[in-house]
Design a protein around this ligand. Sequence first.
Ligand SMILES: Cc1cc2nc3c(=O)[nH]c(=O)nc-3n(C[C@H](O)[C@H](O)[C@H](O)COP(=O)(O)OP(=O)(O)OC[C@H]3O[C@@H](n4cnc5c(N)ncnc54)[C@H](O)[C@@H]3O)c2cc1C
Length: 559
Amino acid sequence: MKQIINNIPDSKGYNAFKRDKSFEKLMNFYCGKNLFQRIKPQFTKLGELVGDKIENLTLSADKSPPELIKRSRTGMNYDKIEKHPDFQALEKIAFSEFGLAAISHRNKIFGFEEKLPPIIKYGLTFLFVQSEFGLCCPISMTDSLTRTLSKFGNKDLVNLFFDKLTSLDIDQLYQGAMFMTEQEAGSDVGNTKTYAENINGNWYLTGEKWFCSNPDADLAMVLARPKGNEKGTKGLSLFLLPKLIDNKTPNDYEILRLKDKLGGRSFASGEIRLNKAFAYLVGDQNQGFKQMTDMINMSRLSNGVRSSGMMQRSLQECLYISKNRKAFNTKLINLPLMQKQILKIFLLAESSRSIVFHSAKVLEKADDGVDIYKILFRILTPLIKFRSCRDARKVTGDLMEVRGGCGYIEEWSDARMVRDAHLGSIWEGTSNIVALDVIRSLKKNDNLKVFKKYLFDVVGNFDIAKDRKYFNDNIEKVFNFALTIISNNIEHSARQISSALYYLSASIFSYNEGHLEPELSYRKKLAKLILKHKICTNDPLQKEDLENSIKSFPNLFSH
Ligand SMILES: Cc1cc2nc3c(=O)[nH]c(=O)nc-3n(C[C@H](O)[C@H](O)[C@H](O)COP(=O)(O)OP(=O)(O)OC[C@H]3O[C@@H](n4cnc5c(N)ncnc54)[C@H](O)[C@@H]3O)c2cc1C
């Protein structure tokens, strides 16, 4: 551990992979030891960059947001977004060195013959975001656009752009975006006014898009209504909008201005006017919104992963600060009230990590075509987007306070993380909208029963009968409540039940990690703590047994 000379602890230069004592064990568990040990050098390398070079680049890119240049000095009209050199350096690390947008689509990443599973992409993103949140948007947009295009686009269209979208050469790379939101169509996408016309076999789009992140992306997925189509989401089609036509002529759309944002300041978000812009139809003309939900869901999960990474960074920083900063002649970590705050952060950060990593495995099986995993993924995605993103707001705020006055000062990363964390629960569906989506996902067919049975099956393998009973009783309790809400259509309880299902699942997945991997056995205690605090307590005056809780996690508090 670094020497602290002036009682202001600064962890800079840490390795984000190595200092998090559970990361390698969890990756071994979820990836399989053979695969993870082969790829571990990449995690070690990224961990080192996150704690130093990426952190430096991020601090400066956050303070130098991109600018929109409307005209050249010779009076030529163009919409050019000038990115700060430090942001460009971040792009190179993420897109080229670590292939974060390409990793799920092609082989030969890090010299691997095979395509790597989603857990590797999410593990690396979980690390990267611990220093840079903003760039994760363009990365995720590029990754999810490639997936949606490959899934629904015709072969010629996919072939036209696939190599560019998955290129590791930053000069060749095509980045992706999603232009969906309009002034009257945010949550209410069915109200989309942008329309599409088919002229001589080609499609042209007209309308205004109100929020467009990565607005100068080479390709964007756009929702528009072909003229004459019915109202609502059913009348929408999905289009691929190229920045350049035939790779040379600028397409007919304009970036009107960039947004001045609270967080995510390193990358651009803007407003776009489409003036009969040329676009390719993607997939079935009558399934536009349904196809777009694939991109939205991937992006929602990515948001959950990012929130999880930010919470882990917060936890690690809290531990570092409290083990090194002294007050009242002792280290902060020795103070009971600080210990309790750390436990609260630990509980939220680790709940999120368990449910996120478990879901990455579920996604792998869903993509292999296993029906039950498709259903589980459909439910777990909005659960994570809802709760992890909300918890990240609290956890990053709590870290800011643990650093004391310095936490509020912009030369540290805490204030930026608080600003960034708030974005997670607004875009890609606000908290209300994703909580309602949880209900929608449970209502469909037998999804509620499938989810319940899955959790029962996981618990069924636990070896301690008393613990099995404890979890099973809680599954019954939470699912009975869910059934009441769904059967009676009680919309106002959507957030309440989403939280309960999230923490219930997280605690079961966490126990499962401890049950199957002896090196993670502490996660059984973590699992019970999650249930106790998030499902079973109702009494705000209940006395807590802090001493016992601290004893349950000796590694966390040792120093
Ligand atoms: C920085 C940033 C970047 C963005 N980037 C993009 C992008 O790249 N592409 C893109 O398409 N969009 C983007 N968005 C838009 C974002 O997805 C929308 O702002 C968001 O979905 C909310 O839509 P809205 O702003 O129209 O709010 P509204 O839909 O007007 O919502 C206002 C409030 O009403 C609530 N509400 C709405 N309906 C219900 C309901 N049925 N029940 C209860 N409450 C409800 C919402 O929860 C919210 O609190 C971005 C937004 C931001 C802030």
